[in-house]
Write a new protein. Structure first.
Length: 174
């Protein structure tokens, strides 16, 4: 890590974070959860919210993909995803469904300047975001795609969004 100029774990935990949390309701794959932890660490997200039947650390399969990021990224868990969303709303987060929905905002046209606290709510690998959870969000954000497949792997989608929110927000943290 010294050669890469990476901070040690305790320093990393205390570094400034962007005002974004990832909400992961009912993800089936522990490897996806671990990959999302790793991307959240890389891009300085404030927190991950695990809810429903999404797996939680410590778990061997999460650790395998996270490579220890489950220790550097703050996380909380709720059994009930709706309770998690209610709590985040009470903490001042805007709830953003990451979903192909009608209506939705395209990432290409989205104007967020990195200040407003956001909770990015991701969907399940097979079924997307539960319609009731989608309705509980303030609005939807969609990643434009041009291929013949109509979706991205949830961890890939998360990584793209985390990069974009970090790019927009980090100028204020430097």
């Amino acid at each position: 890590m010294n050669e890469l100029n990476r901070p040690p774990l305790e320093q990393s935990k205390n570094n400034p974070k962007i005002p974004v949390v990832a909400v992961l309701p009912n993800l089936r794959s522990l490897q996806n959860v671990g990959s999302i932890f790793r991307s959240a660490d890389a891009f300085g997200l404030k927190e991950i919210i695990l809810c429903g039947y999404t797996g939680r650390p410590p778990h061997r399969d999460i650790h395998k993909a996270a490579l220890g990021a489950e220790e550097s990224v703050t996380w909380r868990a709720w059994d009930d995803p709706f309770e998690a969303l209610r709590q985040l709303r009470s903490e001042g987060y805007t709830l953003v469904a990451v979903e192909q929905a009608e209506p939705s905002h395209s990432l290409a046209d989205w104007s967020w300047e990195g200040q407003e606290p956001l909770a990015l709510v991701f969907g399940n690998e097979m079924d997307g975001l539960d319609p009731a959870l989608l309705q509980a969000c303030d609005w939807a954000l969609e990643l434009p795609q041009w291929g013949c497949k109509h979706s991205l792997n949830v961890s890939v989608c998360a990584g793209i969004l985390f990069w974009e929110v970090a790019r927009r927000a980090m100028s204020d943290l430097r």
